[in-house]
Design a protein around this ligand. Structure first.
Ligand code: ADP
Length: 490
């Protein structure tokens, strides 16, 4: 019996996971990765630490399972997106810390490019923001002696985490990335599927330092660390891997991940739709290597609002306790919370506003408040989904969900109610690593085809809406007013 090995390199931890032919998770090894915060708003990581954590979890997985490399069919890699590593081609050593996607240190570089917003949007599907890799590469090149010249000669290379890991795991032989990761660099034209000269010029980045791009499901090469050899057949950014792991193969299929923030993606098929309402257009992974797209909207504060209840307000002892309190009251007693702690994301993109609470009265209890915070996660998701529906003209009937906060049945039922859609939870909640295991397995022939995967994909829970239309309308009305009022208070 052979396994697929998935590497899931996330912002807070690195995981190695073994999946079998039934798509069942057989073993998982995990290691935390430290974040560095050199200045306010800056988030960096040690790129070597990231690589070593991958080697550690792979070894741990094999040792604890007592299996050899021969029992692994192939390998897939999924990663935190946009995080940027610049390294020396010859020595394979990083030349600066990895700049993490959240980091705000390149705000000025982005501000100065704002006049080119529409050109950048048309070519990349993205909005000009420090989030994406281009400004981070520029920032690092400015801090290396003769950085630009050396990069132009090909002595200095750039990679998102997938590229960095493959370069290290292959002893400098693989210098590649996949379409999903490339589409987050802000240098890749998602229409022509090439790095774009105008974008490279805008950020003053030489083409020579960029990795070769290929489909998520294709042979990237052989990892040859510790004299063992493993073929890498699947690579995808984390949200795109989760979309694939959720079996969102058709246009209109959607998933929302409820983690610290919420990430919503809808598969929109083979034509990239550009959003005028603050959504991002991005390339997704496919079984046959063809290029398909998704619209993506993110909510900054999702499960983080529950952490806030626990750690700052100290209203609950654990995230799970929020459900117990919410279940004790029939509704939120007219309380609405807008957790705009760092401003509002899609579709508002309002950096300046901050969180607010509405509708408090003398009878408001802790239970009402906690329920209102949980509701706010679902209401923000609804705002994103409504925007996606407006842009695509596709009505969402089923939402596939994953992430830590989906453990909360109250939240999932409320989400079904206010969306008036079915909510579906998969059996394996590790959809990110599962997605890339599917891709690697399809590439190597371990899985025959998509039908094979659909057969083994199992659902664990479903939630059906049970709220009357009038109630839903009333909530929508109040919610709209709460958002408007929040945006006034600056
Ligand atoms: P990430 O990948 O962003 O670290 P996870 O998918 O691990 O996030 O989910 C963690 C988040 O889920 C935390 O913000 C936590 O507050 C939230 N969470 C976990 N369990 C529950 C629960 N039972 N109810 C509500 N939120 C929860």
């Amino acid at each position: 019996m052979k396994y697929i090995l998935s590497i899931d390199q996330g912002t807070t931890s690195t995981r190695a996971l073994l999946y079998n032919k039934e798509g069942k998770l057989v073993f998982k090894s995990q290691q935390e990765v430290a974040c560095l915060y050199p200045y306010d708003g800056w988030v960096e990581q040690d790129a070597l630490d990231i690589f070593l954590s991958v080697v550690n979890v792979i070894n741990d997985c094999l040792t604890k399972m007592n299996i050899t490399y021969d029992e692994i069919d192939s390998m897939g890699i999924t990663n935190q997106r946009e995080t940027t590593v610049v390294f020396d081609k010859e020595t394979g050593m990083p030349l600066y810390n990895a700049i993490v996607w959240q980091s705000r240190q390149t705000v000025e570089i982005c501000e100065s490019r704002k006049p080119y917003e529409s050109m950048v949007h048309e070519k990349t599907g993205l909005i000009i923001n420090p989030y994406f890799s281009a400004s981070k590469i520029r920032f690092i090149l400015d801090r290396i002696e003769n950085g630009y010249e050396r990069a132009k000669k090909g002595e200095i290379l750039f990679g998102t985490i997938d590229t960095w890991l493959m370069y290290k795991l292959s002893n400098k032989k693989i210098f590649k990335t996949d379409y999903t990761n490339a589409s987050r660099t802000m240098l890749f034209n998602i229409n022509t599927l090439e790095y774009d000269k105008e974008l490279l010029k805008l950020f003053n980045i030489p083409l020579k330092m960029l990795p070769k791009v290929q489909p998520s499901r294709s042979l990237f090469g052989t990892a040859s660390f510790l004299s063992k050899k493993l073929k890498i057949y699947g690579v995808a950014g984390d949200q795109q891997a989760a979309l694939f792991g959720q079996n969102c193969f058709e246009s209109g299929d959607s998933k929302n991940t409820y983690g610290t923030g919420c990430f919503m993606l809808m598969n929109i098929g083979s034509k990239p739709i550009l959003s005028s309402k603050g959504l991002i257009t991005t390339i997704i992974a496919t079984a046959d290597g063809s290029v398909n797209y998704a619209l993506e909207g993110s909510v900054f504060i999702g499960g983080a609002s529950i952490q806030w209840l626990r750690d700052s307000l100290r209203m609950i002892n654990s995230a799970a306790e929020s459900e117990k309190y919410a279940d004790r009251v029939k509704d939120s007693g007219g309380v609405y919370v807008v957790p705009a702690f760092v401003g509002l994301g899609a579709p508002y993109w309002d950096d300046a506003c901050r969180g607010a609470v509405f509708g408090l009265n003398r009878g408001t209890t802790k239970e009402h408040f906690i329920q209102a915070v949980l509701n706010s996660i679902a209401l923000q998701t609804k705002d994103v989904i409504k925007t996606i529906e407006e842009e695509t003209k596709i009505k969402l009937t089923t939402l596939k969900v994953d992430g830590g906060a989906t453990a909360n049945d109250y939240l999932m039922q409320y989400q079904a109610n206010i969306l008036n859609s079915k909510i579906v939870l998969p059996e394996c909640l590790e959809t990110t690593s599962l997605g890339v295991a599917y891709l690697a397995g399809l590439g190597s022939g371990y899985f025959k085809d998509l039908e094979d995967i659909k057969k083994i994909h199992k659902i664990s829970k479903e939630f059906y809406p049970n709220m009357d239309e009038e109630c839903r309308k009333e909530i929508d009305k109040k919610r709209k007013k709460a958002i408007e009022a929040t945006r006034v208070f600056k």
